[in-house]
Design a binder for this molecule. Structure first.
Ligand code: SF4
Length: 330
């Protein structure tokens, strides 16, 4: 049951051996529903959604095997975009279970606390239904969040420790969970795959081509914009002001709303209709036709969205970054 919730903890080869399977057997037509389920798991992840297992995990073997087969299909298709999205979606799925396990009875606390301790080095203790972690562990992670509630001054702190809810404890390690799952996938060496898997591998390659019209992320973007893109790629919540910066900057560089919209797909609160509406509004294509400009560096600094580097010297608006500026007195 635990591995069905956290299938990335299973060592694929050992798991199959323990169950008396080998990959070749899974290529038999009787196992086609499993391969379809694994493929479906990737498709759901690619759309920015979280794959929904049945709530009681009544068939844990199918849950674990579909994860293992999904990883093998991804390795065979060798498409990084899909692998990243899959790792992120699986991290969000595991996050739900971790949260549930922390919330529920004391007897199920051992595993989630062990996962958080052993995988991410964060020691969590429980006091009066609250979760307590060291300030240093907290700051290392919360520094990447921009919402006011994550600022240390807004937390309950005592004796070098911070008190958190179950949701906040798990939220704090989301990025690391995604990175961990991604690293586990990268570490798998691709076995000889059954012929029956090949059609799904081709489907994945074709699925990945749908993401090729995504925005082009150029190395000459300013650090504030790169940071905003990274936050979204990790599935973190980018505050409204960060989304506004990203949209106005990319529009100023000639990107279209169709190219920009997919960037927001990983946002925890993603809604395609609202995203497109907002982008069209910012671009001036709808509403009163006002085209909004990129906010100034001063404004971004005040919102903790500036990550200046020496190349930012003399820049007062991110839209100027990387463009030649007249020298003073020239
Ligand atoms: S100085 Fe301006 S361009 Fe540079 S990171 Fe800060 S906000 Fe962005």
């Amino acid at each position: 049951m635990d591995l069905a919730k956290y299938p990335f903890l299973a060592e694929a080869g050992a798991y199959l051996r323990d169950k008396g399977f080998n990959l070749e057997q899974l290529g038999h037509p009787d196992w086609a529903p499993l391969v379809d389920k694994a493929y479906g798991r990737i498709v759901v992840a690619s759309s920015g959604q979280i794959y929904g297992s049945d709530s009681r995990l009544e068939n844990p073997d199918m849950e674990i095997l579909s994860f293992i087969v999904a990883v093998i299909l991804l390795k065979a298709a060798s498409v990084q975009t899909l692998t990243r999205r899959f790792a992120l979606a699986e991290a969000r799925r595991a996050e739900r279970y971790l949260q549930q396990d922390l919330w529920s009875s004391k007897k199920s606390l051992d595993l989630p606390l062990k996962i958080i301790r052993e995988l991410f080095g964060v020691e969590v203790s429980v006091e009066s239904d609250e979760f307590v972690i060291r300030v240093s562990d907290y700051l290392k992670r919360a520094v990447h969040f921009h919402e006011k509630e994550w600022k240390l001054v807004n937390r309950r702190v005592g004796s070098g420790h911070v008190r958190l809810t179950a949701h906040e404890t798990v939220r704090l390690i989301r990025t690391e969970l995604g990175q961990y799952i991604n690293s586990r996938i990268q570490a798998v060496s691709l076995p000889q795959i059954p012929e029956a898997f090949q059609a799904r591998v081709r489907d994945l390659v074709s699925l990945a081509s749908r993401f090729s019209d995504a925005v082009v992320v150029s190395s000459d973007y300013p650090p504030c914009v790169k940071h905003a893109i990274e936050v979204l790629e990790k599935g973190e919540n980018l505050p409204h002001s960060g989304r506004f910066l990203l949209a106005t900057f990319l529009l100023s560089r000639g990107q279209t709303t169709d190219q920009i919209a997919p960037l927001f797909k990983n946002a925890p609160d993603y809604n395609e209709r609202i995203t497109r509406y907002q982008l069209e509004h910012i671009s001036g294509a709808s509403g009163r036709g006002t085209k909004y400009s990129c906010p100034s560096c001063d404004k971004l600094r005040s919102e903790n969205l500036c990550f200046a580097v020496p190349e930012c010297d003399g820049v007062i608006n991110p839209a100027q970054f990387g463009k030649r500026r007249p020298r003073p007195n020239a």
